[in-house]
Design a protein around this ligand. Structure first.
Ligand SMILES: O=P(O)(O)O[C@@H]1C[C@H](O)[C@@H](CO)O1
Ligand SMILES: Nc1nc2[nH]cnc2c(=O)[nH]1
Length: 313
């Protein structure tokens, strides 16, 4: 799955977006991508204008429950505030969207004038010390698809301004991550509310087998999810400052040991019938529930980061 659309024509897209907006919202400074169940992040926007994806040339619709399909424009922060554009719902490769469609909105954000991009997602924890409900500020990633021929930046160099060989050692903005922790402090959040960690990107749509979970944990990942990294890559290629907040919605199921069927059959043959084990499974419904529960905290953090950014702290 390479990048099939090297030179998208932004003109009709930007024209359609601008046509729906007052002048003062046409050049947003901050972009936000709302992950599964996290569209409530933008409830605090003022002067909000919603533009459905269906009316924007080049945009698809998200098919995943918990993802709306619209851009929200508005202002965030005190005083006049900062003009913001938020994606209420994203596109995942597992839905059948091409990699270029997945990252197209990020490229459009850059065309609109966005400088900082805050990406959110729901993710499973691989790290026993990062429990459900924690918000993980991502400082690195492991992208197995990138290592195996599914890098979203595959294809001819986009333009002389787009780096052919994009470094990723500085992918996650130090400045924005610093603001996230300062914001948590301002909001009096407990230390345990926010963690730092490494995100593993997998294609999905299946959740991990125990062996896959163990493999990713042993590889050094703290959380795992099915999105975000294509957006990070496109954002960095477009020159944006990028920050990622992963909300831990579940533990990846990694039992310490497997129950041996051989031992159980032996017990059965000796006259002791053993019940089939109840295996814990992850569900998208649970993912959405945690998203709802933590929406306020996520929203507070984003608002406070914008506040601090405005104050040039
Ligand atoms: O869009 P995000 O990454 O927040 O959604 C996560 C990953 C899958 O799309 C889905 C699985 O429950 O939630
Ligand atoms: N791959 C993956 N994505 C998730 N999104 C939310 N939880 C999970 C998970 O456990 N695994």
């Amino acid at each position: 799955m390479g990048n099939d659309d090297i030179s998208p024509n932004y003109v009709p897209t930007i024209a359609a977006i601008h046509a729906g907006l007052p002048k003062d919202l046409q050049n947003p400074q901050l972009g936000i991508i709302c992950g599964s169940g996290l569209s409530g992040l933008v409830e605090d926007l003022r002067d909000t204008v919603i533009i459905p994806y269906g009316t924007i040339p080049g945009f698809s619709n998200s098919t995943v429950p918990g993802h709306k399909s619209a851009l929200a424009f508005g202002r965030l922060g005190s005083g006049n505030g900062v003009p913001v554009v938020a994606m209420l719902g994203r596109f995942h490769p597992y839905e059948g969207h091409s990699m270029s469609s997945v990252v197209f909105p990020v490229r459009v954000m850059a065309q609109l004038g966005v400088k900082d991009l805050i990406i959110t997602n729901a993710a499973g924890s691989l790290n026993p010390s990062i429990p459900v409900g924690t918000i993980v500020i991502i400082h690195d990633h492991i992208a197995l698809p990138n290592l195996t021929g599914m890098n979203p930046l595959l294809g001819p160099q986009r333009s002389p301004n787009h780096l052919r060989f994009l470094p990723l050692s500085d992918a996650y903005s130090f400045e924005l991550r610093r603001l996230a922790f300062l914001a948590a402090n301002k909001l009096n959040l407990d230390d345990s509310a926010l963690a730092e960690g490494t995100y593993a990107w997998v294609s999905g749509p299946t959740y991990e087998t125990p062996a896959e979970g163990r493999f990713l944990r042993n590889a050094g990942a703290d959380v795992v999810g099915m999105s975000t990294i294509p957006e990070v890559l496109a954002g960095r290629e477009e020159g944006l400052n990028v920050m990622v907040m992963s909300l831990v919605t579940n533990f990846v199921v990694i039992p310490d040991q497997y129950r041996s069927i051989r031992a159980e059959v032996k017990a059965e043959l000796a006259g002791q019938r053993v019940e089939a084990p109840e295996v814990e499974v992850v569900s998208h419904a649970d993912v959405l529930t945690i998203g709802k529960e933590k929406a306020e905290v996520m929203k507070g953090l984003v608002g406070q980061i914008v506040e601090l950014r405005q104050l040039n702290v």
